[in-house]
Design a protein around this ligand. Sequence first.
Ligand code: KG4
Ligand code: ZN
Length: 360
Amino acid sequence: MLCLGIESSCDETALALVRDGRLIDSVLATQIDLHALFGGVVPELASREHYRFIGRLYDELMRRTGMKLSDADVIAVTRGPGLLGSLLVGAAFAKGLAVAGNKPLVAVNHLHAHLLAVGLERELRWPLVGLLVSGGHTHLYRIEGPDRFIRLGRTLDDAAGEACDKFAKMLGLPYPGGVILDRLAAHGTADRQLFPRPYLRSDTLDYSFSGLKTAALTWLKAHPEIVAEGNLLQQRGLDTASRALQDVCASYMAAVVDTLLVKLGRAVDHFSDIHQMVIAGGVAANSQLRAAAECFAADRGIELMMPSGKLCTDNAAMIAYLGCRLAQLGYGHGAEFESVPRGRSIPDDAGRLKPFFGEQ
Ligand code: KG4
Ligand code: ZN
């Protein structure tokens, strides 16, 4: 089954072709430089940019692969969560292609797609425990198949990526700060007493990062020289960073990573039938998290599944992959499906997979 996947939930426009769970090719246009000028994603600008690029990216993907719309068996598109204006561009484009080619459509949950992206690289074995750590979400799940996600916990305030981006912003580093924090922390030594591991006494599998953010703000107020250095770092170059700056980044990242892994560990220990754990989403690209998760999995004797870097951040291969898996199970949507913005739950309303105008 050949699936064309379309992703436009935030600031990346992307399309990919996946055949039977294997990636053929993908294209992506990022808007990071544009939004960096404003210190964060500007929704109105994001939708305009998706609209500007989506058609060109489609032409480029088809030219590179030598495929035509008629070759695709199904079209998958991100339904949500995300920015509504951005989601609508992808959904309208997908619906247009479905009409033009009389193709079936499947609307995909972006969070589920992140979690199963590693299926493009390695074989998934159900049931598994999955931790999604992205810019907008920190969710823990028990996953029993491509269509069966049971949420065990979530963040009550900031997401892990948001906690990284906000700390970077406090330091005067440019958006999105998570990647820069990673690079600075890699050269530093963590002081594990410096920042708290928040919300671990609660016996739920929920997270909370606001206490960590407040502790970091208090520390930075007492160390204005570090903030002054952070503000100049972009222009001086990351490799000029002082030992003290690298160390505070390492200490902060260690607090984020420890907190994530403690609750993940509790979730894994809770089930006796789990052989794999997945860590996915943009923050899964973080080198400190990857290293700590390797040790954590080895200690517990469980297989760790983390997608490679490009499959951690937003991409269309993961949308096409999950679209392919859902279509193989017979799920599909009609043209009336609605895009779902962040903060609203995605309805479980898939119908039967069928060509747009019915069988001919
Ligand atoms: O999954 P993603 O690409 O988009 C969302 O769906 O949110 O995640 C973006 C988030 C941002 O907060 C970004 O700073 C963070 O992932 N991120 C990282 C790293 N790469 C991306 N955080 C820490 N270390 C990284 N290497
Ligand atoms: Zn994402």
